[in-house]
Write a protein that binds this ligand. Structure first.
Ligand code: OSB
Ligand code: MG
Length: 362
């Protein structure tokens, strides 16, 4: 299905005015329903997946593995596709659908099913690269005005020190961090720009180098006082263990999509918080289904830093769930109703649907 963005979003790699995500609906033999979302980008720039690879992998591998299978708890579902390598976003959508089906069928809120303890979570906003510094300052003012206590700025070579200096000058005490989405190298020029950020009291520098380059992160982290945060580098618990061994970062952004679902995201949370990392929940511009899953995950006690779980309205004029995710003064309440926490707006979903694939037990 497609939703239009209220404000174009540009990262170091691409610019977007609308997003196409895949919603996964699982129905059990009693008719209980669970929803998940495959929040892959249209292009393989954040990771190797794109919306079409997700469609194929879900259709040809994940759904056939799940269809008709018996399981008692959603943590058993990922074992059904254990032979399928990678494709974490596709897996995450099906895994979340299994978790929300379980929570719905057993009458517990998804957050409680995951072991969450918070009643509300602190939300930060992620701001894209803007055409000008003034346009960026306008975006910061808008979201700080809405009460968001933390602002993350996308950076790229040529759009780093200047925007950070401008935002810091206008907001001396704001919780600000930057996210490079892996586009810096260890060239003198890039390292000089990254090191120049160190004097601006940023909460963290997220994913400066390429996903597989944990050594570059470890080398850089040893030379700056600002904590380094890993995002794209950690797609599995093995990646996380290696990152810990190498001291590649003191902070971890945990994304449901990147980890391949809620089961793996909870395990990453447990390991990272036991290791003393700062931990927070990242996002992929999720529509309401994935956004509620992020809110539920963020209610776990180890998520000590603000999450990228801004209200639906930051991205979409109308979300596909009712009620949409709402932030008040930068906080989002964790739903206390059974299941995901909101209903999919079937009418709006039907009107926004681009393609449907349906399979059932014969
Ligand atoms: O690196 O965190 C990222 C969106 C698309 C691709 C990568 C990232 C992001 C975000 C989105 O920052 C944050 C959000 O969903 O609010
Ligand atoms: Mg990131």
């Amino acid at each position: 299905m497609r939703l239009d963005l209220v404000h174009e979003f540009q990262t170091s790699s691409h610019r977007k005015g609308h997003l196409d995500h895949i919603l996964v609906r699982l129905v059990d033999e009693d008719g209980a329903v669970g929803w998940g979302e495959i929040a892959s980008a249209a292009d393989p720039y954040y990771n190797a997946e794109n919306v079409e690879t997700c469609w194929l992998v879900a259709r040809d591998y994940l759904l056939p593995a799940v269809l008709g299978a018996h399981w008692d708890h959603p943590s058993q579902v990922s074992a059904l596709w254990r032979k399928v390598r990678g494709n974490e976003f596709a897996k995450a959508g099906v895994d979340v659908a299994a978790w929300s089906l379980f929570a719905q069928a057993t009458g517990v809120p998804l957050a409680a099913a995951l072991g969450g303890t918070r009643t509300e979570v602190v939300a930060g906003v992620s701001l894209g690269i803007e055409p000008t510094i003034d346009a960026l300052l306008e975006q910061v003012a808008l979201h700080v005005g809405h009460g968001y206590p933390r602002v993350k700025l996308k950076i790229a070579p040529g759009w780093d020190v200047e925007p950070v200096r401008a935002v810091r000058a206008a907001y001396p005490d704001l919780d600000v961090h930057v996210d490079a989405n892996g586009v810096y190298t260890e060239s003198d020029e890039h390292l000089a720009a990254l090191r120049a950020l160190d004097e601006h009291r940023l909460t963290m520098i997220e994913q400066p180098f390429a996903p597989r380059d944990l050594l570059a992160h470890a080398r850089f982290a040893a030379t700056v006082t600002t904590p380094v945060c890993l995002d794209e580098s950690v797609e599995s618990l093995a990646d996380l263990r290696l990152a810990l061994e190498l001291s590649a970062g003191r902070v971890l952004n945990i994304k449901v999509s990147r980890m391949g679902g809620l089961t793996a995201a909870v395990a990453a949370h447990d390991l990272a918080s036991a290791a003393g990392l700062g931990v927070w929940c990242g996002g992929m511009h999720e529509f309401g289904v994935g956004r509620y899953a992020n809110v539920a995950l963020s209610s776990l006690p180890g998520f000590t830093l603000p999450s990228d779980v801004s209200g639906s309205d930051k991205y979409y004029a109308r979300d596909v769930v009712l009620p949409p995710v709402v932030a008040h003064a930068g906080r989002v309440s964790v739903p206390t109703v059974a299941g995901l926490g909101a209903q999919v707006d079937e009418e709006y979903l039907a009107a926004s649907t681009l393609r449907v694939h349906e399979v059932a037990v014969a």
